[in-house]
Design a protein around this ligand. Sequence first.
Ligand code: NGO
Length: 506
Amino acid sequence: MSEPAVQRRGLGDVIPRPAEVRPDPAADFRIGTGTAIRTAPGSAAARRVGEHLAALLRPATGFALPVGEESGAIALLLDDGAETDGEPDGDEGYRLEITPEGVTVRAAAPAGLFAAVQTLRQLLPAEIDGAAPRDADWVLPGGRITDRPRFAYRGVMLDIARRFFTVAEIEAYLDSVVQFKINHLHLHLTDDQGWRLEIDGWPRLTEVSGGAGTGVDGAGPGYLTRADYTELVAYAAERFVTIVPEIDMPGHVNAAQVAYPELTADGTAVAPRTDTEVGYSSLVAGKEETYAFVEDVVREVAALTPGPYLHIGGDEAQATTAEDYRTFIQRVLPLVAKYGKRVVGWHEMAGVELPETAVAQYWRIEAADEGTARAAANGSKVIMSPADRTYLDMKYTADSPLGLDWAGVIDVERSYDWDPAERLPGVGEEALLGVEAALWAETLRSLADAQTMTYPRLPAVAEIGWSPRASHDWESFRRRLAAFGPRWRHQGVAFHPSPEIPWAEA
Ligand code: NGO
């Protein structure tokens, strides 16, 4: 029996929506047994993007799809100084042309080729994500796309402190998020319930606070060795994703104090905590041991992290006086700079004067925030993560089995229908580094749980971060999103079948 014909896709059926799409229905290209992939001469990075594309297409097509510099109907080319309408395309911009003869991608940098590959993948029928070869018409819709991101930073945060996720789980998660042109993975590595990154000279952090019984309800033990973390960084870099490590301080440090009682005010041991209370623990601002510890951690994390950012948390320090908070942040800011990193912190950090290079991440649900606005006025950049729009751990509806609801329930339309440049007075387009969706793990017990909370809301935040403001359109978005039902099924990615979306059948 022959398999059902797969459906031809429209050139604009992509998330995030490309900046400019000019379809030419007479110019479709068909990938066939003889199709090869040609990559920019002399560029090992372009070659790797070509291999990445081939690896995505081989299982379902069953085609060989050789990758080389000599010939091939699908060309991934580097074109320095590419510009559109006089504007440079930037590292992630690309131009894509599909004609009956083939596909040509041009980008100024390999990251742009990688972004174009994500677009190409979505332009093929959903069956392309199947694991086994099938006989189908692998048609790419004809025309041209010119694309570039609105914001340089489009992130997702994964909390591995409340529930540890293994390297394999984090890599699987990463593979699914890059489809939506997410380019930063923020790892929340430490919290009251666990410490998840091995630190030289402080072995008990992970032996004790990464061990059995740690995590919310004790259900999330485990930690990343230095080698694990290094592997993750490399895996992410191959996908043009920068890892942003977070060590949360001065609050959210119970796990560190369980491991090292000298980090408490009177040096007495505290009990491990597996509940979800916040705001009860604090490093001691007036103690030199504190800064010896922090410096060791910052030095190690900086050394392991090639990316420019180091996130120091700074949220919910209710157990720290305002004066101690200021003392602490002012001591830690130069330490991060000393080890060559740009500091990121939750926006409470902006209550302290910050250097211009510091980045504040807004996460609350209030309509205004003085500190964040002041930091923006002083030249600092802001990452927008308002909890009532971008927190992937909020319930979809009141009866969602997973998730919290302190910032309200968030359906897909609510994740989509907002603009980061209008979220806070004094924090406009120019002040924004970008947007980030955050997945806190108090209620998560598996990778499938993490995926269920992430999809389909992450694509909404990804489109907010990438696509031009003027292209935002809920009706268009929900139609395009509908196509991901069968895609995620083929990919083995769990998702919440939100009733707002007219899901396509497999
Ligand atoms: C808050 C809190 C986290 C919680 C999360 C739950 C921030 C920045 N600090 O967000 O500790 O896990 O809410 O939604």
